[in-house]
Design a protein around this ligand. Structure first.
Ligand code: NAI
Length: 329
């Protein structure tokens, strides 16, 4: 049985080699899956992909024509998969529902603290022998109000960590969160999040309802100088509205681990190229913006968990067992 693994960096390969059945014929491609690279999957019953692989109808049609019957996502989000097309083409899809909510929650807190206390600026200044504190003024996290959108595994953990700082934590989620109540986190409506929060952090999935949930209108409702953090999905935020909000100082701090057009940039070394995305380059010019390249999940524990769950998903598919992590249209 042949498995083709797309978007596989050395670290993915090392983790997968430890867990995938040695009897399977596994082919690793560093390239992402798209219409150009899809011929590489010819003859592979199982194809494994990550967050920025292309899984629209034309690519899925090519996969099906080449004999692919199962897609093993190595990520939690499946907003990039045309599930309806996959179902019609007889391709089953399974994901890794949670690899390490701790990894993402801890990175989220890292972005908040680094932005607040300007750690990324301090690193450069001190190395250059500049010990001036001008422009380094931060604020106490204690007593601040933080609004979380999405009270799932990651959002709840972020809330719990912030409670330890002495923050007031608000959460918006369309479903009741009883655990939140026990943690002393207040479940509120979205408008209360916009109006009352000093920091807003996104932890909901990308869906038609949450697409550009941060836009010019919602930014206008926020406190002046608000800190915005996105470790969810890039398209939760309208990047143009972010740039305008930063220019007008309505947004005081911006921390991103994801970006709506990250597919063309992230996970690759573009340091010797001229980056053509002007909006992204504009974001980088602000001293109060900190961007990481979709690395919130990137811990040893999470990589091992991704490899183990991917392996289990493929095994369940091959054994015709119930696939616990199957996603359907
Ligand atoms: P989860 O499925 O446990 O929680 C998502 C929560 O969002 C649920 O409570 C759900 O009810 C809520 N939700 C659904 N629709 C909503 C809406 N319209 N408004 C507000 N909340 C809504 O997911 P988990 O594990 O907490 O992950 C959250 C997101 O984090 C994922 O969807 C993914 O996009 C992102 N993620 C990012 C990673 C990174 O490396 N940056 C790694 C892993 C996940």
């Amino acid at each position: 049985m042949k498995v083709v693994v797309y978007s596989s960096k050395l670290y993915d390969k090392q983790a997968l080699c430890r867990t995938l059945d040695p009897q399977w014929q596994v082919v690793y491609f560093e390239a992402a899956l798209d219409l150009n690279t899809v011929p590489g999957a010819h003859g592979a019953e199982v194809v494994s992909v990550f967050v920025n692989d292309r899984l629209d109808e034309p690519v899925l049609q090519q996969l099906a024509a080449g004999g692919t019957k199962m897609l093993a996502l190595r990520c939690a989000g499946f907003n990039h998969v045309d599930l309806q097309a996959a179902q019609q083409l007889g391709i089953r899809v399974a994901r890794v529902p949670a690899y390490s909510p701790y990894a993402v929650a801890e990175h989220t807190i890292g972005l908040m603290l680094a932005l607040n206390r300007k750690l990324y600026r301090a690193y450069n200044r001190v190395r250059e022998g500049n010990f001036s504190l001008n422009g380094m003024l931060g604020f106490d996290m204690y007593g601040k109000t933080v609004g979380i959108i999405g009270a799932g595994k990651i959002g709840r953990l972020v809330g719990k960590m912030l409670k330890a700082f002495g923050c007031r934590v608000l959460v918006y989620d369309p479903y009741e969160c009883s655990v939140c109540k026990q943690l002393g986190i207040e479940q509120v409506q979205l408008d209360e999040i916009w109006e009352q929060s000093d920091i807003i952090s996104l932890h909901c999935p990308l869906t038609p309802e949450t697409d550009h949930v941060i836009n010019a209108d919602t930014i206008a409702k926020m406190k002046r100088g608000v800190m915005l953090i996105n470790t969810g999905r890039g398209a939760l935020m309208d990047t143009e509205a972010l740039v305008n909000g930063l220019k007008s100082k309505q947004i005081g701090y911006l921390g991103l681990d994801v970006y709506e057009k990250e597919g063309a940039l992230f996970f690759e070394d573009h340091s010797c190229e001229i980056i053509q995305d002007d909006l992204f380059e504009r974001l980088l010019t602000f001293h109060n913006v900190l961007i990481t390249g979709h690395q919130a999940y990137f811990t040893e524990e999470a990589l091992n968990h991704i490899a183990e769950t991917t392996s289990d998903n493929i095994r369940a598919y091959l054994a015709d067992e119930i696939m616990q992590n199957e996603v359907k249209a």
